[in-house]
Design a protein around this ligand. Structure first.
Ligand SMILES: NC(=O)c1ccc[n+]([C@@H]2O[C@H](COP(=O)([O-])OP(=O)(O)OC[C@H]3O[C@@H](n4cnc5c(N)ncnc54)[C@H](OP(=O)(O)O)[C@@H]3O)[C@@H](O)[C@H]2O)c1
Length: 284
């Protein structure tokens, strides 16, 4: 019997990756929804949708992901990133479904130089991080069967850093890229594969889901250009220099690598190295 997945935010990067991974006969039935047909902030509509669909697992890929946008309108971000998951937890309980909620490295303060484990103290520094943390708290409080999967630096089918750099390279001989923020670039497909391993289990809890290996945005850009044979030069700049040009941008974590202890210990699952996953994304 196949497992019925209800995927919210299905038009986003992770939602599309999950569709790709389940569209053939994989033992999963994928039912996607996104705004406007299903708005996760509308609790009543959501509960009746879930009661009708009766999914086995709800995967919440819906979110307000524009970090600077969240800073400008934190109330709206809270509605989507915190109250949305609260509503999904309530709805999941109605049909005894599991809830897999996707969260972020931004729940951490982003300092230090050691990868954060799932149980390390949180301390968000941005509106995006605060609202996503509130979402995690609601899920823990209200859902009966929950997984929280924190990811970072995601790229897939949609708007993302990798695509932005490729686009810029079409018209520029050199690009200034921040070199003092470190993290784990993560392919949406690689994250999706891990989530699908988690879905049939009862191994509830908080998971970190990112590719292996740490680099800076400048390192990532150089690797993209190297793999694609692009001659555009990468000029390494500090966050301070970047902020001079974009004073309204939200502060980003300087170190946001995540340790994937729960995936290793519970499922013996290893994520691909970031360069291998990037190669799959860029070169197939
Ligand atoms: N992207 C990253 O680098 C990154 C990093 C860390 C964690 N994450 C987390 O990973 C998850 C997936 O991210 P992603 O990159 O796939 O996001 P994404 O591409 O921005 O997709 C999110 C989707 O959710 C939809 N959505 C927004 N508000 C909604 C609502 N009220 N009801 C239903 N759907 C709504 C969006 O529609 P609109 O486009 O119309 O708003 C969009 O289709 C999110 O939880 C995100 O916080 C992402």
């Amino acid at each position: 019997m196949s497992l019925k997945l209800m995927v919210t935010g299905c038009n986003g990067q992770l939602g599309r990756a999950l569709y790709e991974l389940t569209k053939d006969d994989t033992g999963f039935e994928y039912v996607g929804s996104d705004v406007p047909e299903l708005d996760i902030t509308d609790c009543e509509a959501l509960v009746s949708y879930v009661k009708e669909l009766k999914p086995d697992v709800i995967i919440n890929c819906a979110a307000a992901t524009n970090v600077d946008g969240c800073e400008k309108d934190e109330d709206l971000a809270f509605k989507i990133n915190a109250l949305g998951p609260r509503n999904l937890a309530v709805a999941a309980n109605e049909v005894d479904a599991k809830l897999i909620h996707i969260s972020t490295d931004y729940v951490f303060p982003g300092d230090g130089n050691v990868p954060r484990t799932e149980n390390d103290p949180v301390g968000p520094k941005s509106a995006y991080g605060r609202t996503k943390l509130a979402g995690e708290e609601f899920v823990k409080l209200f859902a009966k069967k929950w997984f929280i999967v924190r990811t970072a630096w995601l790229y897939g089918e949609g708007k993302n850093f990798v695509r932005t750099m490729l686009k810029l390279s079409e018209t520029k001989d050199s690009i200034s890229v921040v070199d003092d923020q470190l993290g784990n670039p993560t392919s949406a497909l690689e994250l999706g594969r891990a989530i699908l391993k988690l879905a049939p289990t009862q191994l509830y809890g908080i998971y970190h889901g990112t590719c292996e290996g740490v680099c800076s945005w400048a390192d990532l850009t150089e690797e993209i250009f190297k793999m694609k044979g692009i001659a555009t030069k990468v000029v390494r700049i500090s966050s301070e220099e970047y902020k001079k040009n974009y004073p309204d941008s939200a502060d980003r974590p300087s170190y946001s690598a995540l340790e994937k202890r729960m995936f290793k210990l519970n499922l013996d699952h290893r994520f691909k190295d970031w360069k291998d996953a990037l190669k799959e994304y860029l070169l197939g």
